[in-house]
Design a protein around this ligand. Sequence first.
Ligand code: 6PG
Length: 237
Amino acid sequence: MEMDTRVFADLDGLSHAALNELLRVMHEAIDQRGRFAIALAGGRTPARLYSLWSHEQPMPWDRVQLFWGDERFVPHNDLLSNFRMVREALIAHVPIPPANVYPIPTDQPSPEQAAQAYESTLRAFFGAAAPAFDLVLLGLGPEGHTASLFPGSPVLDEKKQLVAAVKAPANPPNRITLTPVVLNLARNTFFLVSGTDKRAIITALRQEPPTTADQFPAARVRPAGPVVWFLDRGAYG
Ligand code: 6PG
């Protein structure tokens, strides 16, 4: 499938380049709408970008609104928590107002109730406007999953809900994820993919005809806005 790929020597180079583009999108969003609403990726790859961002000065943190693209249904102090990863890499080091940070509430009694609560949070934040993030950051799993949208998941065909609880073939299985409904409204989307363990899936995505790419959840992310793939040499080959 057609991909706007930017290839860098390593994760550090990828992360610096992605930060530069994030800051460009951020200033554009603040100029046009007075705020920058971003959905953050989980996993390991984006931690370097978040850490670099934490050192950026000056930064209008009062205009930045942090959301998550997905979360594992674990306490926020759990080592597997995407919130914990972002708190350690970014939030703990910057003066962002706590009211601007919207973690997925994994203290709810069930993943379904967490998804419903986050759906309400998104709808309240965006109001009557479409829930269109200024930027969505996404990672890529070796079998083509992104956020917590895994191959074969019924949520891939969701047409109404913004947030869903899913059972993932990964540890931990209970997850909450933005659905393609939200992802495909994004004004800008960055995929951050690093490492030779991602080379096979990147090659498959690049070579896949559009007609069969849908087997890979990442290929279902087709927003009106630009999608940029930030890759390192390990992932690109
Ligand atoms: C998660 C992520 C997931 C991640 C990919 C890549 O909660 O795990 O949202 O979609 O982006 O699995 O993970 P790595 O960056 O750790 O390779």
